[in-house]
Design a protein. Sequence first.
Length: 319
Amino acid sequence: MTTNSVSPSPEESLDRYLRHLQHGRGLSPHTIRNYRSDISHFLTWLAQRDHQLADLSRADYRQYLAEIQSNGIVEASVRRRASTIRSFTRHLNRTDEIERDPLVLASTPKATSHLPTVLSQRDIEALLSVPDISTPSGIRDRAMLEVLYGAGLRVSELVGMRTTDHDDDYNAIRVLGKGDKQRMALLGKSAPHWLQRYLRDGRPALVTSKSQTWLWLNRFGGPLSARAVQLSVRRYARRAGLPGDVHPHLLRHSFATHMIDGGADVRVVQELLGHASVSTTQIYTHVSDAARRDTIEHALDGIADLLRERRSRDEDDAR
């Protein structure tokens, strides 16, 4: 048990855990907020039943998961909360804040196998054609969509870009991915053209004294937010007549699937996406539809060749 004369409260234990995640593991502020929300909800549930964290049982854990599932929480969120809670109790045991880990033998609910939805190449082209490129903001949005899709970016990676993060020689952009890991993401055939046009004709009209070096600017000259990108993608998708909920991550799914459709090796796609494990990327091999293979042209053309060229140049620089 903890060596302090007074055991920390659940809230204090949570704060300590979150500091560990932030400073010890380098997790992003967005991920930290999710951890805080999930664990706080569980701690409130325990308190409402006069249950102590130190006396937590697997039965409590299972009851909590059953209740949130019956309240309409989607399967993926239930699994995320289960994993988060188990990580929390494991940490408390390792730091001697609780004498035992009550969930050491508990399991995380199994995932139902769901394949990611993707847009067809025709859908992508329809979406890209919607922004009004006669205006600076329209040029920005066209470039933004081209880069989101053409590099397979997460929305957080896009909005975090600076003006110094693109490399004309490599047709590449530097992005900060999960866990603050940097990588060079390669652009397809049309994205570099639109990025250069935005830098030449779009961004200068949006710049103000507060713009600093952020690449993507809003109409007030400040950095474009992830929420603004999400709303823009949905708005353009509606205008393009695309069915369903179209969001920025759907463009990333589509990029990966189209790359594999076009014959790219799964490990090449893994590197382009910044996945830590190839197993994460392999799901796209199941989504790939050979009937679409002939339609994969244009935006992604030549990315594998660019990757090989970059590796060759890096090796030459290292000699």
